[in-house]
Design a protein around this ligand. Structure first.
Ligand code: SF4
Length: 298
């Protein structure tokens, strides 16, 4: 596709910062294609539910314009052994950001766009949002000068759209740090009234979930289906590895996962929880389903 200086790809997480970044840059006259990079660690939703959630927050038209890109084995490898290490939990944020930006770069080339937009705010969270880290991530992604951060533009070197005279940094806010008052005010001005709370999206920042993921890695069970399964029940690693549902919703989720990813499940013939078998036997799964109900006698 022929390249246009007026088209950008925006990394869109669903949160307030990324929707504001998109709206601000659209207001400056650019055509923006939002890109949602979905990993199995992203929220408790399945990929097909993401668009519905985006629609409920930002409207159907916007949701329909979002590209949803599902990551695969390469991303799991990155989580297993990140070049730049982990944050507080099993979150490999630096490697992950480089990875997401490289995906955005591919779409940028495919769609004839000339820059990438992010909702990054200088100094907002941990290590990966320090200025030196952000610039290193930019270099490593092969997008030097091509990343526009509308919320923190003034704190970074001049970008290509600015050099081309298409964008003026004085038209954008200069937000830095954890305080979100300015974002909330801009959201109000732009008519954005509903958005999710920050940092709710990635389960790799959750200490409990990180422990579960370590069990999968240690047991050589680190694949997409199993990662989804450990979101929906008690993880029991005795005589194998099992996930026992805690309620009806989890029963349904585990059955859906067995259809989607071919995970073995034990569905009891008594009133009790479904047990997914990640590694082990149907007899053991039966015992576990039995352990968590009053309606079964072993
Ligand atoms: S919080 Fe999760 S999704 Fe976000 S950069 Fe870190 S690892 Fe990636």
């Amino acid at each position: 596709m022929e390249k246009s200086n007026k088209i950008g790809i925006a990394l869109f997480s669903g949160g307030l910062d990324s929707i504001l970044a998109i709206k601000l840059i659209q207001r400056a006259g650019f055509h923006i294609i939002p890109l949602f990079v979905y990993t199995p660690f992203h929220s408790r939703k399945f990929p097909d539910e993401i668009r519905t959630e985006i629609a409920s927050l930002y409207g159907k038209d916007f949701a329909n314009s979002v590209i949803i890109h599902e990551t695969g084995k390469e991303y799991l490898e990155l989580v297993r052994s990140p070049e730049y290490g982990y944050g507080k939990n099993l979150n490999p944020c630096i490697d992950c950001k480089i990875f997401f930006l490289k995906i955005a770069k591919k779409y940028m080339e495919e769609y004839g766009a000339s820059f990438v937009v992010t909702g990054e705010v200088l100094g907002q969270r941990g290590m990966s949002q320090r200025r030196d880290a952000i610039l290193k991530i930019e270099r490593k992604s092969g997008l030097s000068g091509k990343i526009v951060r509308p919320l923190s533009l003034v704190f970074f070197p001049e970008t290509e759209p600015e050099k081309n005279g298409l964008l003026k940094r004085s038209d954008f806010p200069s937000i830095k740090g954890r305080e979100r008052t300015v974002q909330i005010k801009i959201a109000r001005d732009l008519g954005i009234t509903s958005y999710p709370q920050p940092a709710g999206g990635c389960l790799l920042t959750d200490p409990g979930f990180s422990k579960r993921v370590k069990i999968l890695i240690g047991e050589d069970l680190f694949d997409t289906g199993y990662i989804h399964a450990i979101k929906y029940g008690r993880l029991i690693a005795e005589n194998g590895v099992y996930v026992v549902a805690r309620n009806n919703n989890e029963n349904r989720r585990l059955i859906t996962l067995s259809r989607m990813y071919g995970i073995d499940v034990f569905v009891p013939d008594f009133k009790g929880p479904v047990t997914a078998i990640l590694k082990g036997s149907i007899d053991e799964a039966r015992k576990l389903s039995c352990r968590y109900t009053r309606h079964c006698e072993e």
